[in-house]
Design a protein around this ligand. Structure first.
Ligand SMILES: C[S@@+](CC[C@H](N)C(=O)[O-])C[C@H]1O[C@@H](n2cnc3c(N)ncnc32)[C@H](O)[C@@H]1O
Length: 197
């Protein structure tokens, strides 16, 4: 379901209120969302966790790929985004909470490990401590050989936090692939696709 102008406006307002945690002036493009969701192999996707869905741009592409019996668990900490998300995707289990609490959230959902984690978090705006905490809970929650996808803006590679994030991915995952740049995104971005050891 494409987002309307009112949704874009709400997203922008949340960015002005919480620039570091929202981290973008507008939702991601459908082109970026398609690449993020393309990491999912429907045949082995029983549990998929989405971080920071915002208004659900990645969610719609994820839902197009997964089996109707698969569990999709979304975690969004911003109250306004969470209520916009619930209005657009009432069928998705949304936890209005921080990803930092991932293990408790999975426990509440009755799930032990995730096959795929898809992240919409703005990692390059996070300080070192928060990046480390989020990375640890992510690696811990994934199955062996589980897969992780996240996007990064191209300018993030000029920032120490963006370079630090890439190094952390290379440390924690056995394989880290980088997609071509998606120019039809504001700002242009690419996708990291990582596979757990
Ligand atoms: C850059 S926006 C991405 C939204 C959407 N995935 C997209 O690509 O359009 C980042 C989202 O992550 C959420 N977020 C940031 N930190 C979070 C955290 N620790 N736990 C859960 N959600 C978080 C923000 O509230 C925001 O909705």
């Amino acid at each position: 379901m494409p987002a309307g102008i009112a949704t874009y406006w709400d997203f922008f307002r949340e960015f002005v209120r919480h620039p570091a945690s929202v981290g973008a002036i507008a939702p991601s493009s459908a082109s970026l969302a398609r690449i993020v969701a393309s990491i999912i192999n429907p045949a082995r996707a029983s549990v998929i966790v989405e971080y920071g869905p915002g208004v659900g741009t990645f969610t719609s592409k994820i839902m197009e790929r997964i089996h109707p019996d698969a569990r999709l668990i979304a975690i969004e900490k911003n109250h306004k985004m969470a209520s916009l998300f619930r209005g657009r995707y009432p069928q998705v289990a949304l936890f209005e909470d921080s990803v930092e609490n991932l293990s408790a959230i999975l426990k509440k959902a009755g799930v032990s490990k995730a096959d795929y984690i898809v992240s919409g978090l703005p990692w390059a705006t996070f300080n070192d401590k928060l990046q480390d905490r989020l990375m640890q809970v992510t690696v811990r929650a994934l199955q062996k050989k589980g897969e992780f996808a996240t996007f990064a803006y191209i300018h993030s590679l000029t920032l120490p936090a963006g370079r630090r994030f890439r190094a952390a991915l290379q440390y924690h995952f056995s394989e880290v692939r980088q997609s071509p740049i998606v120019w039809r995104n504001l700002p242009p971005a690419f996708v990291y696709h990582c596979i757990k050891k």
